[in-house]
Design a protein around this ligand. Structure first.
Ligand SMILES: C[S@@+](CC[C@H](N)C(=O)[O-])C[C@H]1O[C@@H](n2cnc3c(N)ncnc32)[C@H](O)[C@@H]1O
Length: 383
């Protein structure tokens, strides 16, 4: 799994495709006149980024009076998330990333066009069944093929979810954290490394047995003293059972980092009910996942659309892109299916994280969009 600068796993999709430009026609006899009669195209500002035309521009904020090089938020290092705003006059390619960047209205039209195209060229019914039936098999393949690219340092974890800093402090006391969709341990291992709380229990679960094998094979896992802090197990969040070693109402925090998007919408309800059952009243879900209109969604080509906002990547793994309103409805229990409601959570700090990542060398602008939130099981809730 390759990860970009500091964010979520970037899964293999398609190779970038460049739109062909129609050649401006001149008769042979007129060819010598080309330079006089054709308006020259403006030199491209950069390549198209994964099929997204380079001409789309980010919306800039008015310039502040502080000069860029004096503004600590604009320096490259150390870099605080969420504080580098693109202002009038800023050189886009002076930094690797800009925060809270919206794109001009043209870009929204482009997203619409792309979605229509994707919908019109969707996955065949035969293949839909192939990808939706036993989806863990595709993740097993993924973890079998990508052994070398795991383990990115996730410095943003504690910054975005300060409670993780608290529960890993020495003397915090007994606390149980469950990570679901733990993959190769990109979150679990950094937490284990920073932990100073001898009473922390960290459960890392994934429904891919191969992913759990990867975690269990790591020296940081095997070298743990007994009783171990980290326990890795195979578990399906949308299944009918609870994970090994955990009983209802025993978990303080559930981490869902880029896993909810791997579920199909008809699995959300069971997943929420399992999470609610496991959490103590007042316990919380820490959530980060793909947002609607993210580059990863926009760049999908033919034969990837499974359903509205739900796609299959080139490697057979599935991905959904969430919208803020929809996520709020899902977690607050407002979005009910015909066969009864899912557990309801208190929605806290739900936010859209838009960021423009920049490839400075190739002058590419990449518009990313993630959703982040915390969902709390109500205190008065029965387990
Ligand atoms: C995009 S990866 C993210 C992995 C990890 N959270 C990270 O951020 O590096 C999604 C993970 O969720 C797991 N997953 C998908 N559906 C699941 C389910 N129903 N139950 C448990 N794990 C699941 C996949 O096997 C995969 O490891």
């Amino acid at each position: 799994m390759a990860a970009n600068d500091n964010e979520e796993p970037v899964m293999a999709t398609e190779l970038p495709v460049r739109n062909k430009q129609p050649r401006q026609q001149l008769t042979k006899g007129m060819e010598h006149m080309r330079a006089y009669v054709i308006v020259p195209e403006a030199p491209p500002a950069g390549e198209d980024a994964y099929g997204v035309p380079a001409t789309y521009e980010p919306v800039r904020k008015p310039a502040t009076t502080v000069a860029s090089d004096e503004n600590p938020q604009k320096r490259n290092d150390p870099f605080q998330f969420g504080t580098r705003y693109l202002e009038e006059g800023d050189d886009i390619f002076a930094h690797n990333a800009w925060d809270h960047v919206e794109v001009d209205a043209q870009y929204n039209d482009f997203i619409e066009q792309q979605t229509t195209f994707q919908r019109e060229n969707q996955v065949s019914d035969f293949d839909k069944q192939r990808f939706n039936d036993k989806p863990e098999k595709w993740w097993d393949k993924f973890y079998g093929n990508n052994q070398a690219n795991f383990f990115k340092d996730r410095k943003w974890l504690v910054q975005e979810f300060p409670v993780l800093g608290e529960v890993t402090k020495e003397g915090y006391g007994p606390v149980t954290v469950l990570e679901v969709g733990a993959g190769a341990g990109n979150t679990a291992f950094p937490l284990l490394a920073m932990n100073r709380n001898k009473d922390l229990k960290l459960h890392a679960c994934d429904y891919s047995a191969k992913a759990i094998d990867v975690i269990r094979a790591q020296p940081a896992y095997t070298a743990q003293e007994s009783p171990s802090v980290l326990q890795a197990d195979v578990w399906d969040i949308a299944g009918q059972e609870l994970p090994p070693g955990l009983i209802p109402g025993s978990v303080d925090l559930v981490l869902l980092i880029f896993i909810f998007s791997a579920l199909s919408p008809d699995q959300w309800k069971q997943a929420l009910n399992n999470v609610s059952s496991l959490l103590k009243p007042g316990g919380e879900v820490l959530f980060r996942d793909y947002g609607r209109g993210d580059l990863a969604q926009v760049r999908f080509k033919k034969g990837r659309y499974l359903d509205e906002n739900f796609y299959v990547r080139g490697d057979g793994t599935r991905v959904y892109f969430f919208d803020e309103k929809e996520l709020r409805e899902i977690w607050s229990g407002e979005k009910t299916e015909d066969d009864g409601a899912a557990a309801a959570f208190e929605v806290r700090n739900l936010a859209v994280d838009r960021r423009m990542l920049v490839n400075r060398q190739r002058k590419l602008k990449m518009y990313r969009c993630w959703m982040q939130g915390q969902f709390r099981k109500p205190k008065e809730c029965e387990t």
